[in-house]
Design a protein around this ligand. Sequence first.
Ligand SMILES: [Zn+2]
Length: 432
Amino acid sequence: MQRLVIRNGLLIDTEPEPVVRPGHDILVVDGRIAAVGPDLPAAGATVLDATDRIVLPGFVDTHRHTWQTALRGIAADADLGEYLDLVLGRIAPRYRPSDVYTGTLVGALEALASGITTLQDFSHVQYSAGHADAAVSALRASGIRAVFAYGAPVFGPGPDQYEIRRVFREHFAGSAGLVTMALAPSGPSYSPMAAVRRDWAVATALGLRMYVHIGSGPVATRPIGELRGSGLLDANITFVHGNSLPDGELALIAEAGAAVSIAPAVEATMGHGAPMVGRLRGHGITTGLGVDVVTTVAGDMFSLMRATLLTGRFGDGPRPTAADVLRLATVDGAAALGLADQVGSLRVGKQADLVLLRTTDLNLLGGLADPVGAVVTAAHPGNIDTVLVAGRPVGIAGPADLAEAIASSAAHVTDGTVPVCGTHFRPGLIRP
Ligand SMILES: [Zn+2]
């Protein structure tokens, strides 16, 4: 039996509401939280001193296209249409399995280093069996807890039913490791209902949760109603975005018990529509936060929490507080992935996925009066001292050879013609 005591931390639990507990310990037994309280007995346990540390549940990123890590910042000025054309239309088809591996590995390590311990990887770059194998291998190599959602390229024929079954059989059947499988079908905004029915059937047959992009604008004005009318709307779906959905559609999501993943930074930058965090809250819909794409926004949860807090006041519905935002980044995100009983808070019995932040760093000094407010408004990945997944510390400094691997991948997938760093993307530099 592996026992670990995290000693004398400033705990922030998130369930049922964010609460601060100074001078508390956490006992971890075999990777799970076994007790929380002051002065826990430590006989036979390894002790991790958390004096001058905030101890939080690990963050949950509910939507990221992790394969795009080599394209960081190249679509900083792009709207949604320009992003789709450049990244999914022109660059994605150049991806080889090795590019998927490198991008996914570095993206997952980046997430871990910023305190994200659970990642929903919406991997819609499956051009071949090798691509899928590479993505799964990279997630497993990183040490992160991940939901790998198999997705076909947006500009392509849609997912191959036999390939989905092969990936499930070869990588996920019978295993209950840190990486689990889901499906990322094109859904009613981007594919005909006949294809939607086929995709839903395979997900149901394999018991996979579904992650589904909802288009903004006139793609389909009633995609949720379409699903409901076909008997395909249930609690096993996490929709992504949907800023332009009318209230009637949100009411159907709420009634079905489905969840929504929002990407407030990307949605504001790319022009998806008004921030929807308040509307979702008003409808009582389970909601999580997603980085979405590092082509356009930062890949850490602190930036994303800030974007949520700042943009949240400009949408309809109740304005989110700092405590609301911390919940969205942790326990609500876990619920949006169907993992509420596993991660997202410090409740006894949950996985010991934890983040320790130094309160002695300059940007957190003076933050002890309201640690929740300080974490949401002021903390950044540089404050992270330790990250634990299932009670085990994970490396938060990537191996040096990854820099070379990702630079070479970036040069290949952009054909060496797009400036990759420190400048703006210029349309037309990539050969079709
Ligand atoms: Zn997305």
